[in-house]
Design a protein around this ligand. Structure first.
Ligand SMILES: O=P(O)(O)OC[C@H]1O[C@H](OP(=O)(O)OP(=O)(O)O)[C@H](O)[C@@H]1O
Ligand SMILES: NC(=O)CC[C@H](N)C(=O)O
Ligand SMILES: [Mg+2]
Length: 502
């Protein structure tokens, strides 16, 4: 997952884009970037690292201008090299920068097409550079010296015709304005909002509504699947549905794990969806184990807290914070490399023994993916003296790769792959294990907005909403992006880096 943001204001935007990125940091910890536009000049700063490490005062002072876009990265294509940090830039036509959340599923084909037909060179393995060049080519084809909103809408329609997969985008054209669009399935989230000032209306676009809240913007609405919005530099807003066909199927894993609970995505409160997950999970435990002997419910911080609390209330069992999280360690699931993830769990979480000693504890997590967290946590609970350790997951077993912007490319790395629930239980080492049913997860989320008929639930059931994912594609993805392959690539990578202010 990545986080993206865009701002058009009558004031300088650098500081607010920085703040937006800190609020979106949970969506990507590998790299961060901001590009601003001042007159006909773009100013860019991007680098590997957390937001607080990438931008120093000397960079901030160079990021002048009243409009800009920004990105935090969690890589799902290419490598972790800073050359693949975003936003990407292309000089022709007009000077365009682009930041992308999602993952193209036909990037290889497009890359070849761009070279052979469109005579464009792609310098990295990032699918986002491909996406930028498709957009740029579609604009170029219109052959206009000056770009207008109509041209942008036509170019976005061209992107929809050529690109497959998940792409939620903010882009900026030098001296013109910022643009945002979402793929025809609306897989990744995107909202926009406004703030009235004495000098006019400022507009902001962001992956999650929480960024608008924090910066004092009022949410207008979500960008619709297949829709594009253009905000000109003087604050004129234009919107248009550009895709010929749309079918709204947002990613359900945003509600399970990725998004912050205080965000509203596609009119659904993430917080309330997680509470409902807790209710359903409690009901399942009551069904399967009416005579349960749980003394205490303990969440695995952070993300599972909301559903664990509700689950405990529903069961009528005490809720206790038995694990304390080191607030200076980031999210482990989105870290690159299994060794780092494994080590980080122990650094991140520590048990309060008295909550475990001699008790039957029910540990609750939002998801079990590679099993890195759950295996270690169960052992920690035992080491702390628990009598029995039960485990509940607020989402179903993750058995299939994700191809839309979550880095789980290899089925064999998933602990539930090829295993029954009982075999996973044995692998994790708990006394019993209960997973949420998929229909209950869907109900938990959908109840917030029944107009959404379906979600992308591919990592749970292998059904990919874009309909273009073959076993052959998954095999190649697994081969190319499994943890071992990525580690080999990242260690030797040195790509020409086409950036940087300051
Ligand atoms: O089975 P695994 O491969 O370990 O992945 C699942 C775990 O990773 C995530 O936590 P993370 O530490 O990333 O973030 P959080 O603090 O938001 O819960 C998620 O909340 C689970 O705890
Ligand atoms: N998680 C994402 O949204 C990743 C965006 C893009 N595919 C990249 O790897 O940079
Ligand atoms: Mg977690």
């Amino acid at each position: 997952m990545c986080g993206i943001a865009g701002l058009v204001s009558s004031e300088e935007v650098n500081q607010e884009l920085y703040e937006a990125l800190t609020v979106l940091q949970h969506r990507g910890q590998d790299a961060a970037g901001i590009v601003t536009c001042e007159g006909d000049r773009m100013n860019l700063r991007k680098e590997s690292g957390l937001v607080r490490d990438v931008f120093h005062t000397r960079h901030m002072v160079n990021l002048r201008g009243g409009m800009g876009i920004a990105h935090v990265r969690y890589p799902t294509a290419g490598c972790t090299s800073s050359a693949e940090a975003q936003p990407f830039y292309v000089n022709s036509p007009y000077g365009i920068t682009l930041a992308h959340n999602g993952n193209l599923t036909n990037a290889e084909v497009l890359k070849r097409e761009l070279f052979v037909q469109d005579q464009r060179h792609i310098n990295t393995d990032s699918d986002s550079e491909v996406l930028l060049n498709v957009f740029a080519h579609e604009l170029m084809e219109l052959g206009k010296l000056r770009v207008g909103p109509e041209d942008v809408f036509q170019a976005v329609a061209g992107v929809h015709r050529r690109c497959r997969g998940a792409y939620t985008v903010v882009a900026m054209i030098t001296g013109f304005g910022i643009i945002a669009f979402r793929d025809p399935n609306g897989i990744r989230p995107l909202v926009f909002g406004e703030r009235r000032t004495p000098n006019g209306t400022d507009y902001m676009i962001a992956s999650e509504s929480v960024a608008l809240d924090v910066l004092g913007f009022d949410l207008i609405r979500d960008v619709q699947p297949g829709e594009a919005i253009v905000i000109e530099k003087d604050g004129k807003l234009h919107t248009r549905l550009c895709a010929e066909q749309t079918r709204h199927t947002p990613c359900i894993f945003e509600y399970v794990y990725f998004a912050r609970p205080d965000s509203i995505i596609d009119d659904i409160s993430v917080y309330k969806a997680r509470l409902r997950m807790g209710d359903h999970l409690a009901d399942k435990i009551l069904r399967l184990r009416p005579d349960y002997d749980i003394d205490v419910v303990i969440p695995i911080p952070d993300t599972s807290r909301t559903s664990a609390l509700q689950l405990a209330n529903r069961l009528g069992v005490k809720y206790r914070e038995g694990f304390i999280k080191n607030r200076y360690i980031g999210r482990t699931f989105i870290m690159p490399g299994q060794n780092l993830r494994k080590k980080s769990v122990r650094q991140k979480l520590n048990a309060i023994d008295l909550e475990f000693k001699g008790k039957n504890v029910l540990l609750v997590d939002d998801s079990i993916v590679r099993g890195t967290t759950s295996t270690q946590i169960i052992q920690m609970a035992r080491d702390a003296g628990a009598n029995k350790v039960y485990f509940a997951s607020a989402s179903p077993p993750v058995r299939y790769p994700n191809v839309y912007g979550i880095d789980m490319p290899a089925a064999h790395e998933l602990v539930a792959y090829g295993r029954t629930d009982m075999e996973v239980q044995r692998e994790l080492g708990c006394d019993w294990l209960v997973y949420q049913d998929l229909e209950d997860l869907i109900d938990s989320v959908r109840r917030g907005n029944p107009k959404i008929e379906a979600f992308d639930t591919s990592c749970f059931n292998g059904e990919y909403v874009t309909g273009d994912i073959s076993q052959d594609y998954l095999d190649r993805l697994s081969c190319h992006r499994n943890d071992g392959a990525k580690a080999r690539r990242d260690s030797g990578s040195s790509v020409m880096e086409l950036h940087n202010a300051g």
